[in-house]
Design a protein around this ligand. Structure first.
Ligand code: SF4
Length: 205
């Protein structure tokens, strides 16, 4: 099963298929993988030893960044993620990024974000929409309307813990909503990246 895969010059870690959301733009709807990689649907949730073994065996030549992002929400397994991040920091010079929906406070309420300090170099958080109601339409989180504020709180919290924090939106929302997202992100002093909606899983732009 595919725990690690390469995509656009980066190494990706696919450590879970669990996710509390059903985003309208989710790549999982388009197919079983991204680019020419094997299926990202896991036979089972791999344990730490299995993940580290797969990391050691992967040819990392030319790869300088590890991104926790696969066919699921990586913070579903935040403790495993941090153990793997610790190993990667101890054994390589790679920088580490987490791509997350920012809902860890609902997913794992006991998670202490300060554990990410010195392990995680950057976090990309899916803003997805400018307000709780439209967030619900785009992201469809099982935690309902409070999800949006929880995600925003998480973003504000990690700003003082992780060196680089950024938001993303996918251009499935209206241009007016994208403008509102820009204003919101600016007000929070967090850069916003606008991603282009893709249906072929060949590229992210
Ligand atoms: S949070 Fe990520 S994995 Fe989950 S549905 Fe949205 S895009 Fe897909």
């Amino acid at each position: 099963m595919t725990i690690f895969y390469k995509f656009e010059g980066k190494l990706y870690a696919n450590i879970t298929n669990k996710c509390p959301c059903a985003c309208v733009f989710c790549l999982r709807k388009n197919g079983d993988s991204v680019a020419d990689n094997d299926s990202l649907w896991l036979e089972r949730e791999p344990d730490i030893d299995e993940i580290i073994k797969a990391f050691d065996e992967f040819d990392k030549t030319g790869l300088s960044e590890l991104v926790f992002c696969g066919y699921g929400e990586p913070m579903e397994r935040c403790d495993v993620l941090l153990e793997v991040a610790k190993y990667v920091k101890q054994t390589t010079d790679m920088t580490i990024r987490i791509n997350t929906n920012g809902l860890v406070d609902f997913i794992n309420p006991a998670f202490d974000p300060y554990k990410m300090r010195y392990l995680i170099d950057s976090i990309s958080i899916s803003l997805n929409a400018p307000d709780p109601e439209s967030y619900l339409e785009v992201t469809k989180p099982k935690f309902g309307l409070p999800s949006f504020n929880s995600m925003i709180n998480f973003a504000q919290t990690v700003k003082s813990i992780v060196p680089t924090v950024m938001f993303t939106v996918v251009d499935v929302i209206s241009p007016e909503q994208i403008e509102l997202c820009k204003e919101l992100a600016e007000g929070l002093d967090i850069p916003l990246r606008i991603r282009h909606f893709v249906t072929d899983n060949k590229s992210y732009t």
